[in-house]
Design a protein around this ligand. Structure first.
Ligand code: SAM
Ligand code: DTB
Ligand code: SF4
Length: 348
């Protein structure tokens, strides 16, 4: 039996079983959303949404074969590939993002891992230092990292590193075969050891079962400390990718995934990430009620469309929600789970 009153206190736990998480996921949606919102308010302001902006600093031609991704060299998609952007271009995009109300700026590169030889990684470090100077929270997502690369990024001022587990360990091999789950966990551990915060989540709507969604949530829950940031993406179906024709998922599965994430990782910021162009305003509002407190702004995610500033401004206004100021920490209550150790194995 779930102790809902205990859960509503939002005390971080690291010991939930898959069955317990499944039972939360399966609650009547009214109870689930109410509980998630109650937990969310223990750590975050109820009316604040963090606006983040993405920039693809290196696009396409990726060696990995992630079935969802338009940037994989294994799939024939219409993505316009380009090499690493000059630092000045990155900085001007970051300035624009800040002017449009973003407090977090995430640079993504279609790499299996950042190159270990040549000038490119130094160029990324330089871009990080420059964006940091603007007072934005800097996030990067560049593929697998070794310990040394993680330390260099942390030293340059990267606040968060995004590296998703994407789905359950069981379903992972159906989606990606060029790397294994443990590779992801190893990078997450290197990110932690270097002192960056962890941004780790997944994708809903890839043809996975409910058990797979719960399996992903279970893995995230057992990362200790929990990832500070948990992006929940709805699959953006891109022509030419193996997942382009997957059946539409019931949007309430997205709401349930977000709500459950908020309950089982109470201090984490859960983000309504990719896929909003396919969602109604009502569905997005329900994700906010379920405790999501961040969106990506702008017309484009990395390579696919996003609702755009005007639409988002109008939606937040209708809902009475406001952006988190740049420089704000986001957390109401200081919380540190840094002494909870670092887990690096998939849990079973
Ligand atoms: N190459 C790096 C990596 O994979 O870690 C960083 C960039 S990658 C595009 C970042 C994340 O975007 C992926 O882990 C995946 O969760 C998400 N993503 C990629 N394509 C997507 C799609 N079509 N729909 C939803 N999410 C997607
Ligand atoms: C994440 O989980 N979602 C963002 C961010 N991390 C890098 C990316 C979504 C990308 C969607 C597909 C695209 O635009 O290429
Ligand atoms: Fe490459 Fe990342 Fe896309 Fe996978 S998700 S193909 S690693 S860019």
């Amino acid at each position: 039996m779930l102790d809902l009153e205990q859960l509503a206190l939002g005390e971080p736990r690291y010991d939930m079983t898959r069955e317990e998480i499944q039972a939360i996921y399966d609650l009547p949606i009214t109870t689930l959303v109410y509980l998630a919102q109650s937990v969310h308010r223990r750590y975050y302001a109820a009316d604040e949404i963090q606006m983040s902006t993405l920039l693809s600093i290196k696009t396409g031609g990726c060696k990995e074969n992630c079935g969802y991704c338009p940037q994989s060299a294994h799939h024939a998609t219409n993505v316009a590939s380009h090499g690493l952007l000059p630092v000045a271009d990155i900085v001007s995009a970051a300035k624009e993002a800040k002017d449009n109300g973003s407090s977090r700026f995430c640079m993504g590169a279609a790499w299996r891992n950042p190159p270990k030889k040549g000038p490119q990684f130094d160029q990324v470090l330089e871009a990080v230092r420059e964006v940091r100077k603007l007072g934005l929270e800097v996030c990067t997502t560049l593929g697998m990292l070794d310990e040394d690369q993680a330390h260099q990024l942390a030293d340059a001022g990267v606040h968060a590193y995004n590296h998703n587990l994407d789905t359950s360990p069981e379903y992972y091999g159906d989606i990606i075969s060029t790397r294994v789950y443990q590779d992801r966990l190893d990078t997450l551990q290197n990110v932690r050891k270097a002192g960056m915060t962890v941004c780790c989540g997944g994708i809903v709507g890839m043809g996975e079962t409910k058990e797979d969604r719960v399996g992903l949530l279970h893995q995230l829950h057992h990362l200790a400390p929990h990832p500070e940031s948990v992006p929940v993406n709805l699959l953006v179906k891109v022509e030419g990718t193996p997942l382009a024709d997957k059946e539409e998922i019931d949007i309430f599965e997205m709401v349930r995934t977000i709500a459950t994430a908020c309950i089982i990782m109470p201090t984490s910021r859960v983000r309504l990430s990719a896929g909003r162009t396919q969602m109604s305003d009502e569905a997005q509002a329900m994700c906010f009620m379920a405790g999501a407190s961040s969106i990506f702004t702008g017309d484009k995610l990395l390579t696919t469309p996003n609702p755009g500033e005007d639409r988002d401004r109008a939606l937040l206004k209708r809902l009475g929600l406001k952006p988190v100021e740049a420089g704000a920490t986001g957390h109401h209550h200081a919380h540190s789970a840094s002494d909870a150790g670092v887990s690096s194995q998939a849990v079973h």
